[in-house]
Write a protein that binds this ligand. Structure first.
Ligand code: ADP
Ligand code: MG
Length: 616
């Protein structure tokens, strides 16, 4: 991102304006009309009062004959001068009331339009982020994304509101005050004053522009710092255990301090620049005023004439000051919108097929890998020419050292990423041709890191199939042995979980996650170390249910204990991104040395664990 010239801002604003502001045109139109009234009453009304109304009140000016006639007709007062005075005096609160109401309506309507636009914008950015591929998320920090959803959108909204507000009121105030000046100059032949002021006004423009550019540069820096700050806070709190266990509090605090210090420096710089606009414009305008005073005196202007002109000047310079603010807001908004656009227009690396294949749902569940090569990035190929056919209903175990590509294999079935070459098929259809909705319906998963939401236990299980009945949810809970701990508290299934399921043990979390998969009952079932956090006894208890669930489902089991893969009819052995063994336990134990060593090692560990558990 580079410094933007105002001319280049329009293409950035246009699509956002069209999509988010235009649908609320009636609010905007109302706000704009109110703004016009406010502007006219200030820019023209006050100078007019000073030149005509006050002099009439003070008796230095005769009221116009027409006005007198009207007063005679309607009020028929005893004393004409007092009546005129009253009417004139009432004009002041009247003008102020009009201005006040108009300003109020202007602010209210535009803010409402802005807030509604913000809501829609936030939802859209959030939805887009949920849609974008895993590779996109791998590249961006969570802090960045949080800043985008919360901060960028609000920058865009604030910008839009301020700009609409100021761009209507201020130029109108300027024009109406200017119109008054022209009128005054013409009627008093004071064109010298007018011209002089006009020139001085122009001197303000470069100041405002320069400040705008500095603001944009610093704004970008502050945004970077802001997302860094969010990342630090987010990361620290989601790793509280590690932070405390390893005594990292001071280190994390120093990271935060450092980041805030950098942020503060940028903010102070921005404040310095933005607050320099008003004083500079004021200084220039005081020069203009001094010049007018001098010219006015030497040309013999009356006090009323002069103060009317001074008022008009004031209403000329005020808008310029505000427009300086608008220029800054434009830059801020542009940065926000750029950040938003980056997300809204990010290339989707796992795009929806233009014409999705018509799958017969529910799918049978055959899975094919055909010469699949895949890497998360250019540097490293993780899966190398993997080909395997898994017929519908087969239960397959994936074993191999950690980092050998088991989870990656599964990520590709779910199309969390797209293959570099080759293809992954479900029921003979390339996953890239299947719509996201159909794919999601076909695959149930219990992942390595069972993630739960800040919601009730019941809602967390229901997430597996939101259309399920209460009985179905409870049945799934029983099968996954959730009932054992859920029913032990008075709230039962309504018990609220903390963020990410905190308040439960790892094993309990996994059981809820398994219940979810039971409830979903999808044709393809994936268990990625689904029982790793369970103790051996609970694992054995769930094992039977899992075996039951696996029946009739194409199942992929990645297990850290070999006991879990007993249910597998077939075992795939992974090593360094390749499948080096494929068969049953007996054949592999004989023929595959890696499998034999992994198995023997496991057996030894299991024996140790069993003795330990028996000791306890
Ligand atoms: P495992 O067999 O333990 O499940 P994985 O499939 O998770 O192994 O990982 C295989 C390889 O891919 C590892 O070398 C790992 O570093 C790498 N890897 C896994 N996830 C990512 C990712 N999101 N970005 C980059 N590399 C990754
Ligand atoms: Mg893994």
């Amino acid at each position: 991102m580079s410094t933007q010239d105002n001319e280049k801002l329009w293409p950035i604003f246009k699509p956002i304006l069209k999509q988010y502001i235009l649908p609320r045109w009636y609010l905007i139109a109302g706000g704009v009309v109110a703004g016009m009234i406010a502007a006219a009453s200030a820019g023209f009304g006050l100078p007019f009062m000073t030149q005509y109304v006050f002099p009439i009140v003070f008796g230095t000016l005769e009221p116009p004959a027409l006005l007198k006639e009207w007063i005679e007709k309607i009020l028929a007062p005893q004393d004409m001068s007092i009546a005129v005075m009253w009417i004139a005096a009432c004009l002041i609160p009247l003008v102020m009331a009009i201005r006040g109401f108009a300003t109020y309506a202007n602010t209210y309507l535009l803010t409402r339009a802005g807030t509604e636009a913000l809501l829609q914008l936030r939802v859209d950015v959030f939805a887009r982020l949920q849609w974008l591929s895993f590779s996109y998320h791998d590249r961006r920090s969570r802090g960045e994304l949080m800043t985008a959803v919360i901060q960028y959108t609000s920058m865009a909204q604030q910008g839009m509101v301020t700009i609409f507000n100021e761009l209507v009121i201020q130029p109108l105030t300027l024009v109406s005050a200017g119109a008054y000046l022209v009128y005054a100059a013409c009627s008093n032949d004071e064109s010298a004053i007018l011209l002089g002021n006009l020139l001085i006004t122009c001197a303000c423009v470069p100041i405002v522009r320069m400040v705008g550019k500095r603001m944009a540069k610093n704004m970008w820096k502050s945004m970077k710092n802001m997302s860094e700050l969010t990342t630090i806070v987010e990361e620290t709190f989601s790793a509280q255990r590690e932070v405390r266990a390893f005594n990292l509090e001071e280190y994390r605090e120093s990271l935060l301090k450092d980041c805030i210090r950098r942020l503060n420096r940028v903010i102070i710089r921005m404040t310095a620049w933005s607050s320099s606009v008003a004083p500079s414009v004021e200084m220039v305008s005081s020069l203009a005023l001094a010049y007018s005073l001098y010219r006015g005196c030497s040309d013999g202007l009356t006090l009323e004439q002069f103060s009317a002109i001074a008022f008009a000047f004031y209403f000329c310079y005020e808008p310029i000051k505000h427009l300086g603010n608008v220029a800054n807001q434009c830059q801020i908004m542009a940065k926000g919108i750029e950040g938003i656009n980056e997300i809204l227009h990010a290339v989707d690396e796992t795009p929806e097929p233009a014409e999705p294949a018509k799958l017969e749902l529910p799918v049978a569940g055959a899975v094919d890998f055909e010469h699949v090569s895949f890497g998360y990035n250019e540097e490293k190929i993780v899966l190398k020419d993997v080909s395997v056919h898994v017929p519908a209903g087969q239960v397959v175990a994936l074993v191999g050292p950690s980092g050998s590509g088991k989870t990656t294999f599964i990520n590709l079935i779910c199309r969390f990423y797209d293959v570099n070459s080759g293809s992954v098929k479900i029921d003979g259809v390339d996953v890239r041709q299947i719509s996201r909705a159909d794919r999601t319906k076909s695959i149930g998963m219990v992942s390595q890191f069972a993630a739960l939401f800040r919601d009730s236990i019941f809602a967390n299980i229901l997430a597996g199939r939101p259309s399920a009945t209460r009985e179905e949810v409870l049945a799934a809970a029983r099968m996954a042995r959730v009932d054992e701990f859920a029913e032990s508290t008075p709230e039962g299934y309504e018990r609220m979980l903390g963020e990410g399921g905190s308040g439960l043990s790892g094993g309990q979390r996994q059981r809820i996650s398994i219940a979810r998969a039971f409830l979903k009952n999808a044709p393809v079932l994936i268990l990625d170390e689904a029982t790793s956090a369970l103790d051996m006894k609970s694992e054995a208890a769930i094992q039977a249910e899992l075996e039951e669930l696996a029946k009739g489902h194409t199942t992929f089991v990645i297990a850290h204990r070999f006991s879990t893969i007993r249910m597998a009819q077939r075992i795939l052995v992974f090593e360094d991104g390749r499948i080096i063994g494929d068969g049953t336990h007996t054949t592999l134990y004989e023929r595959c040395s890696l499998y034999k060593s992994l198995y023997d090692e496991q057996l030894k560990q299991t024996e140790e664990e069993t003795t330990k558990e028996e000791d306890v």
